[in-house]
Design a protein around this ligand. Structure first.
Ligand code: NAD
Length: 498
């Protein structure tokens, strides 16, 4: 739109734009954080049986936020028993249209309380408020809406098959998208008639607990959604519990393998959404401005704590210098700082342990002779922060090219031919995501058939939609979340017979 000084609408729009960019810290007082949180079992909040608690820390300043109950095996037993009762007495046989009402209500309540959820997510996890507000919370609500819509149409979900619920589902989630990963998991499980015992990540338990509170507000019957907070031991007790009919896990490949072994013992159904080492492949005909924005979003969004992050950049030799030059200039513009400031682009690293892990990868690459380029902007004096980082001079065998760093660190390599690009992109034990940047449609098709990744984006990155199935290949896991494929993971299917 062209603007003139006499155009009132345009002036109003401009004013809004400037207001949006004015420094502003989103108010913490929007959310009432309690000093102590309990487990949510059978519709009631209660302490762990042995009274154990752990502390959740604010990554932006390293300070204690609240004490949270640490569930042990006995608490998992209670939660599974509650989920079983609710399954058999209420939820399994409830008409789908009635189950849908609860999910729709939860989705609407989440929208109503979106600012509160966004602020709490940012305080507990360290991600920029702009992302919590514009991505995490709206997408979480979208998943609830999408699956609510399926609850009374499940007979059409899988052509030729009829589906019934599986039973009690144990769900274990990571810290990088605490609320969103919970929504991805509970929405299809509940829509399909299963009941849930959820174990959120120990560094970010607060929005899952708030969501359980919201579920109670929506009238969800007691025992349908139970939350047992705690760390790895709590998750392990849930994954190995004989009363759990299916486990859905999102987290690291190493823990995923342990869960696979535990569930194999009992033949429990399982889906695994694990780590990744996604590659952006940029050809010399790509629209470079667009590619730069996609690469920046692909690795610096959510501090690079993204399973499908484009953590490797494979760039065709002829444009490597120019693209790197643009990227170096672009990262100087990224504001790293207070996650509650709505102008922040890169927030705090989720925990001190994760910060040390990221630092370890970068130091090792530097010691091995790689070139490390970092943004020169000052970092806050307190809290867990790491500057946007680009590493070049890599051969491909270095840990930084092979392992999931899970931080704002881009590992760069070059290639000459399409075949070399495919070989390099696929030289990983993971298989979650990839991006292709080129103006040639035929090349996009050729590449996407050969890249071993569960999702391949073309001239874009990090695009999500509840209707689109997401999941990995190889050591990135198996099973899909989202879309009709995601529903199948929560149904026992049998052929329709006349
Ligand atoms: P993590 O594996 O350390 O922990 C994930 C969850 O598992 C946490 O709730 C944790 O308490 C629990 N856990 C830990 N040990 C356990 C055990 N032995 N048995 C059962 N549960 C256990 O992962 P993280 O550090 O929280 O999350 C980051 C990882 O998650 C990354 O590898 C990332 O790629 C992956 N991730 C994958 C996806 C996906 O969709 N593929 C999405 C988000 C994150």
């Amino acid at each position: 739109m062209t603007t003139t000084p006499h155009d009132d609408t345009a002036t109003a729009n401009l004013a809004r734009t400037f207001a949006d960019y004015a420094p502003s810290i989103e108010g913490r007082d929007i959310v009432a954080i309690r000093p102590r949180y309990g487990l949510m079992i059978d519709g009631e909040e209660r302490d762990a049986r042995d009274g154990a608690v752990f502390s959740t820390i604010e990554p932006a300043n390293g300070e204690h936020i609240a004490e949270v109950a640490e569930g042990a095996a006995a608490d998992v037993d209670d939660a599974v028993a509650a989920a079983r009762r609710a399954y058999e007495t209420v939820w399994r046989d409830m008409p789908g249209r009635t189950r849908a009402k609860y999910l729709f209500r939860m989705a609407r309540l989440l929208q109503d309380r979106s600012r509160e959820f966004a602020v709490l997510e940012t305080i507990d996890g360290g991600k920029p408020i702009r992302e919590s507000r514009d991505v995490d919370v709206p997408l979480a609500a979208a998943h609830l809406f999408y699956h609510a819509g399926w609850a009374d149409k499940l007979e059409y979900a899988v052509p030729g098959m009829t589906g019934r619920p599986i039973g009690v589902v144990g769900q274990i989630t990571p810290w990088n998208f605490p609320l969103l990963m919970v929504a991805w998991k509970i929405a299809p499980a509940l829509a399909c008639g299963n009941t849930v015992v959820l174990k959120p990540a120990e560094t970010t338990p607060l929005t899952a607990l708030l969501l359980a509170e919201l579920a109670a507000e929506a009238g969800l019957p007691p025992g349908v959604l139970n939350v047992v907070t705690g760390a790895g031991a709590t998750g392990a007790a849930l994954a190995a519990h004989p009363g759990v009919d299916k486990v859905a896990f999102t987290g690291s490949t190493e823990v995923g393998k342990a869960i696979r072994r535990a569930t194999a013992e009992r033949g429990t159904r399982l889906t695994l959404e694990l780590g990744g080492k996604g590659a952006h492949v940029v050809f010399d005909d790509a629209a470079l401005d667009q590619a730069v924005e996609g690469i920046v979003d692909g690795i610096f969004f959510n501090q690079g704590h993204v399973c499908c992050a484009g953590s490797r950049l494979l760039v065709q030799e002829g444009i490597a210098d120019e693209l790197l030059d643009r990227l170096r200039r672009r990262i100087e513009l990224l504001r790293v700082g207070d996650p509650l400031d709505k102008n922040t682009d890169v927030g705090a690293i989720n925990s001190h342990a994760q910060l040390e892990r990221i630092r370890g990868f970068v130091d090792e690459a530097r010691d091995d002779g790689a070139q490390v380029h970092q943004s020169t902007r000052a970092l806050p004096g307190k809290g867990f922060y790491f500057p946007p980082t680009i590493v070049t001079g890599l051969g491909g065998s270095e840990a930084i090219c092979r392992e999931e760093v899970f931080g704002p660190v881009l590992a760069v390599q070059t290639f000459r031919t399409e075949a070399e690009a495919v070989a390099r992109a696929n030289a990983t034990r993971y298989g979650l995501s990839a991006g292709v940047w080129t103006e040639k449609g035929s090349r996009i098709l050729w590449m996407s058939q050969r890249l071993r990744a569960g999702v391949v984006w073309a001239n874009s990155f990090n695009r999500f939609d509840p209707a689109s199935p997401f999941g990995g290949l190889r050591e990135s896991g198996f099973g899909r979340e989202g879309g009709r494929q995601g529903l199948q993971e929560y149904l026992t299917l049998s052929p329709v017979t006349a």
